[in-house]
Design a protein around this ligand. Sequence first.
Ligand code: ADP
Ligand code: ZN
Length: 301
Amino acid sequence: MFIGALEAGGTKMVCSIGSPQGSVLQRASFPTASPEVTVPQIVDFISKFNVDALGIGSFGPLDLNPDSPGYGSITLSPKLGWQGYPLLRELEDRLGVPAAIDTDVNAAALAEYQMGAGKGLSSLLYVTVGTGIGGGLIIGGEPVHGLVHPELGHMLLAPQEGDPMPDGMCPFHRHCLEGLASGPAIEKRWGLSAKLMTQDHPAWELEAAYLAQMCANMIVTVSPEIIVLGGGVMQQAHLFPRIRERTLELLGGYVASEKITPEGIASYIVPPALGVNSGVTGALLLGARALRQAQGETPKP
Ligand code: ADP
Ligand code: ZN
């Protein structure tokens, strides 16, 4: 049995064919042009394989309210043609198989929860730090949607003293996490490619300070059992010990858990166990869920 997976991103659409258990057999990638150009490419590729279902992890914001007429649409996008585009419905109709959609980060969170760093736990936070910053949250085995879906990248932070770009660069908010700490924010602030910065560059202490604020805020609001940090910027592995240390400092000994100690935190704020495959694995798992639901398994409340 094959499942189709679409990782829908602002620059590219990655289509994969895999198993319901999350292993990938085939992959193809198309640039994100207009829906008129790109959607037929996606459909052509996936329909070559006899898939039984499709899972989509998409950039957002998305309409994830099953009672809404726009369920499965992209709600807000600066990319021409994608604003309001009914991605789920179009792909489900054109491929003729059951499909499920969630945010790219909820998909990655689901994969890490079921098969990676969160195995055996009941909650997990996954945050990607790349071109943008997004967070996916699993609680009690289910991706959290709530009012819309979490928009953790736009959490407001306290600008650090001495930050040469304390307002950040988000067009919507002053000093939000994404505006201050995404890859492009680092590069704009320092005028240098993040990949080329040495470990002693002041950019990294600042980056760790902002990511630690996010971790501390999430620990005191949601209390996830593990925090997984992925994305291009987190390729800088030296950020992990700095973020852990600063998170402990910010929490000031207040949170009574063995995980929130100098010894425990190394296994609490961690890189993705599935590496760069969290996203695709999550989309495959969403596809498998769509299939189970179509086969009559009652969805969890
Ligand atoms: P996307 O978010 O577009 O899906 P990535 O997660 O790879 O893709 O994020 C790309 C961003 O991450 C770029 O802004 C780049 O500056 C930054 N980045 C990628 N690789 C590295 C690296 N090795 N070190 C630091 N920053 C990186
Ligand atoms: Zn913002």
